[in-house]
Design a protein around this ligand. Structure first.
Ligand code: IPE
Ligand code: IPE
Ligand code: MG
Length: 242
């Protein structure tokens, strides 16, 4: 039997969870966990580029995270602002193309322009696509896509028979981005928390117990090994060796 060489997933999505618990274990405020989480994110981006991954999508703030205490929400928004201000030039230099998914309605105009600037500056890059899910909720994203399609239907531009999985995909924030091959969630919880529901139809899930601030090149490599041991059938039958 031929052994296949390990395949690098084209698109890896990460639910960066466990910042608060990482801090609590150390007797620190949750904010310290979020700060350490930014360093882990920098490591993850470098590792993804080293591994030759084409798309890395990270869940940075969910539509539901607004329900946290106001002080924590402000801290997280400030961290995002700082990350974009401090890191975008370096990411640009490293050939990273940034794309933000999620709703920009009702966000502070200052944040919206930072997000737009980051996308504009890096749009010609091709080393790694970094997709940042910010103010993102998958149900909300699907609802916006359905609204956009309904408007085109109402204006007669398309008919009901034109509605297809492809048309729905094209109307999501992730339009043009291949579906994730691998989803990693740190922090030990085994749930999707309103992340990429449509896009993960055939994604492989790897749950790791380590908290996000402890994420490392080694943990990433282990998740890739795990991915490589999976048999992706997509509804068909077991892959045959040629
Ligand atoms: C992930 O860590 C960061 C965000 C959700 C923004 P958490 O803040 O959810 O940390 P835990 O899950 O409470 O430990
Ligand atoms: C998911 O983590 C959101 C992000 C990582 C940004 P949460 O901590 O918000 O998810 P739940 O509440 O445990 O499902
Ligand atoms: Mg959490």
């Amino acid at each position: 039997m031929l052994t296949r060489p390990p395949a690098v997933p084209r698109h890896v999505a990460i639910i960066m969870d466990g910042n608060g618990r990482w801090a609590a274990r150390r007797g620190l405020p949750r904010s310290a966990g979020h700060k350490a989480g930014v360093d882990a994110l920098r490591r993850a981006v470098k590792a993804a580029a080293d591994f030759g991954i084409e798309y890395l999508t990270i869940y940075s703030f969910s539509s539901e995270n607004w329900s946290r205490p106001a002080a924590e929400v402000s801290f997280l928004l400030e961290l995002l602002r700082r990350f974009i201000r401090q890191d975008v030039a370096e990411l640009h230099h490293a050939g990273v193309k940034i794309k933000i998914v999620g709703s920009r309605d009702d966000l502070e105009p200052g944040i919206v322009s930072l997000l737009n600037d980051a996308e504009r500056l890096t749009r010609g890059n091709s080393k790694l696509n970094l997709v940042v899910a910010f103010n993102y909720g998958s149900k909300q994203e699907i609802s916006r896509a359905v609204s956009a399609i309904a408007n085109r239907l109402a204006s007669g531009e398309i008919s009901a028979a034109d509605i297809s999985p492809e048309l729905i995909s094209q109307n999501l924030d992730t339009s043009g981005i291949p579906d994730p091959d691998l989803l990693i969630r740190t922090g030990g919880e085994q749930r999707i928390s309103n992340f990429l529901l449509w896009q993960c139809a055939y994604t492989e899930f790897v749950f790791v117990d380590e908290f996000w601030p402890d994420f490392s090149h080694e943990i990433f490599a282990r998740a890739l090994d795990d991915f490589n041991s999976r048999d992706r059938r997509f509804g068909g039958i077991e892959a045959q060796s040629a």
